[in-house]
Write a protein that binds this ligand. Sequence first.
Ligand code: TMP
Length: 214
Amino acid sequence: MTRGKFITLEGIEGAGKSTATKFVCAWLQERAVVVRLTREPGGTPLAERVRQIVLERGTETLSPVTETLLMFAARALHVQSVILPALTRGEWVVCDRFTDATWAYQGSGRGVDAGLLGTLAAAVHGGLEPDCTLLFDLPAATGLARARARSGSGADRFEAETVAFFEKVRAGYLARARAEPRRFRVLDAAAPLADVERAIGSALKGLLSQEVTA
Ligand code: TMP
């Protein structure tokens, strides 16, 4: 059985990732690919409980390192019980965020040490990297305005952050994309939806053709 492909979607808040995730799944299913849609932090019952802890506001203060450890704790559960088994069964895993989000939010955004992030990533999913990462890029002020319009007074711990924080996160994502141009596809999330979907389709076509020629 050929191992499935691992696709991740990344970007700051308000970049349209949720809509794009649905589009990716539908596009693949139309081509008879068995898809497992999942998300981080979350994706298993316990990891979803960790998600609540990191997103809720007004509780104890989480230091940047604590936040990082919680992200990786949720990821360890998710990788072992959902991602690896699905890929081994030959399913394609479409994951709304993965470790690039930790590099961007906790690394670039909060200033957590890169050495620590590298050690945790190796311990939690050494040998597993996405085959393709779609990065939805747009100016932080635009994304944040969209996200806040959607969540109103129910903004979570991250949505309550400043534009300056999201500029650092965005820069972190773009630096990762520059360092790994073969894995990343950077999409202009401020473009009309039809253009974004066309660009996603072209990235997915590339992945499907690798499968055929493998
Ligand atoms: P979501 O808005 O895409 O559902 O993601 C939840 C929030 O969690 C989002 O603000 C980004 C944040 N996050 C991190 O800070 N680090 C991580 O490793 C992950 C996966 C998400």
